[in-house]
Ligand binder design. Structure first.
Ligand code: GLN
Length: 228
């Protein structure tokens, strides 16, 4: 399982979300605290952020801690909406930068933490990679993010062994699901962070129950149970 993070709020340097916190994604890439599947996340990483309405991505196939450029440039990349992930590849999946989240349809950035049997998903020529997460992302993009909860419940019913933890954003809205793994939310004065696990020990972090949808927009956070 991977670890991922989403931010919606004021413009902040991406390094302040990903690299600087004591237990941020950088540390989670080698010492996650709550990960249930896998010991580390060394099979790649991706940081996506909105530049106005345009999603931009920087991804790599190597461990985030070994990247020679990201730490230098990240403090200069500021955004009000970020989706980032560190990856522990599922057995049999390709390990290349194109298989690392976040995926995009040109409007949304999307990360999947989990595993799904690709045979329950439609083949989609728009999938960015053959990795299960990219095929799932293509289905979610095709159905539309307004239907994220029902799409996840449907895929979960078709593959009872699936773990379907999604993080997605389009610059003005941040959505996440819990389906088999952890997620926490922190409401900060300047915005909202969703993360597979808290990036520090601040008391404001709140755990999201399993099989829920989190929808952040216009400064408010709604948490609802998914059908199952
Ligand atoms: N199945 C996806 C992959 O192989 C995600 C893996 C994960 O969540 N660790 O990349």
């Amino acid at each position: 399982m991977c670890r991922h993070l989403g931010w919606l709020g004021a413009a902040v340097p991406v390094s302040s979300l990903v690299l600087d916190p004591p237990n941020g994604l950088l540390v989670q890439s080698y010492a996650p605290r709550r990960q249930k599947h896998g010991l580390l996340n060394a099979d790649g990483w991706g940081v996506g952020f909105f530049d106005g309405p345009v999603p931009r991505r920087w991804r790599g196939a190597n461990p985030l801690w070994g990247d020679v450029s990201f730490a230098s440039v990240a403090p200069a990349l500021s955004s009000s909406c970020v989706v980032a992930a560190v990856r522990s590849a599922t057995a049999g999946m390709p390990i290349d930068a194109g298989a690392a989240a976040p995926f995009t349809d040109g409007h949304w950035l999307l990360s999947h933490n989990g595993v799904v049997d690709r045979s329950v998903l439609p083949l989609d020529p728009l999938a960015e990679s053959v990795v299960d997460s990219a095929v799932l992302a293509a289905l979610i993009f095709r159905r539309g993010l307004d239907d994220l909860g029902s799409t996840i419940a449907e895929v979960g019913a078709a593959d009872p062994g699936a773990r379907l933890n999604i993080m997605a954003a389009n610059g003005s809205r941040l959505l996440a699901t819990t389906w088999g793994d952890t997620l926490s939310v922190r409401r900060r004065p300047d915005g909202v962070v969703l993360a597979s696990e808290p990036y520090d020990d601040h008391p404001d972090w709140q755990d999201i129950p399993d099989r829920h949808l989190v929808d952040v927009r216009d400064g408010s956070v709604s948490i609802t149970a998914l059908p199952h």
